[in-house]
Write a protein that binds this ligand. Structure first.
Ligand code: GDP
Length: 301
């Protein structure tokens, strides 16, 4: 991921650094190339435009152009803007962790489209909560649309050693959520993860179901799972979900694939929420906290 973008930006910055003095036109020319590189990496157009405007405004400042190393200063400005774009403002460049600060059972609701990696991420997150936070977790699948979904979560639960709510065929999502909450209370569960149903496309029925589940379970976290490989589509999906429920963060899956990076770069601006984790493989421990500063570093090589 980010390889092409990284190469392209590297080329632009080598040219800038290689020159002693810079004038405003040099900066504007370089930023035009950065803009093209961002768009080719599938960054959403308004996000790329805002990024370039911000960086240009800062970089054409006289103190930058008159400095001894203007090229390096411009690169530093781009770096800072990239960290910001990736959500750096939320956690000072560090990963924004889970907020589990509430009376147990703390509910985490997982939302997203079918195939985004939602169920896999639910189990990965349950494992992380158990092992890294040392808390007792429980999972429940509310997906009554896809026949094998509840069974899939059960199998993953057995793999990671986290209990799943027993399946009662024919029960509807809101009823399953109510039963899960009661079971979690009875069993002194610290964190209850609700894997909600996904569909192939965003539709009103999906949104209504999500809102109903949210209303009865009062989730502390509502995490949107999106597939980074779907680029601009991921951005559109995120925008739809963000407009309907109060997301608290994003999990970007398939970051191990060869996505061009646009989804990662646009997500914070589009949803207003931090990317909290990155899915980096199919295995149950392939879930990493998302560090904006480190990712920006990787992009700028
Ligand atoms: P759901 O329909 O959203 O619940 O999607 P699933 O959790 O069933 O995931 C669909 C497929 O994507 C499965 O084969 C997962 O193993 C795979 N998957 C999920 N997350 C990742 C990831 O971060 N990297 C890779 N390579 N595969 C993933």
């Amino acid at each position: 991921m980010f390889d092409t973008l990284s190469d392209r930006l590297g080329g632009v910055f080598d040219k800038l650094r290689g020159r002693g003095a810079l004038n405003e036109q040099d900066v504007r020319d370089a930023m035009r190339e950065v803009r093209i590189a961002l768009l080719e990496a599938d960054v959403a157009l308004p996000v790329a435009r805002r990024f370039i405007d911000d960086v240009t405004e800062k970089a054409v400042g006289q103190s930058v152009l008159r400095s001894v190393t203007p090229g390096q200063q411009v690169v530093k400005i781009v770096n800072d803007a990239l960290v910001e774009m990736l959500g750096g403002g939320d956690g000072g460049g560090e990963a924004v962790g889970l907020d589990l600060n509430a009376a147990p059972p703390v509910v985490i609701m997982m939302v997203g489209l079918q195939g985004s990696g939602k169920t896999t991420s639910t189990a990965k997150l349950a494992k992380l909560i158990k092992e890294k936070h040392g808390k007792k977790a429980m999972m429940a699948s509310l997906d009554v649309n896809r026949p094998a979904a509840q069974e899939q979560l059960k199998v993953l639960g057995e793999q990671v050693g986290v209990a799943t709510l027993p399946i009662i065929p024919g029960q509807q999502p809101v009823d399953i959520a109510t039963r899960a909450l009661n079971a979690a209370k009875l069993q002194a569960v610290d964190v209850l993860l609700l894997d909600t149903a996904g569909r192939l496309h965003v539709d009103q029925a999906l949104m209504e179901e999500m809102k109903a589940v949210s209303a009865i379970s009062a989730p502390k976290e509502i995490l949107l799972v999106v597939d980074s490989l779907t680029g601009q589509d991921a951005v559109n999906v995120a925008q739809s979900f963000a407009g309907q429920v109060s997301l608290t963060g994003v999990i970007l899956t398939r970051m191990d694939g060869d996505a061009r990076g646009g989804a990662a770069l646009s997500m914070r601006a589009v949803t207003g929420k931090p990317i909290k984790f990155a899915g980096t493989g199919e295995k149950m421990d392939a879930l990493e906290p998302f560090h904006p500063a480190r990712v920006a570093n990787r992009i700028l090589g």
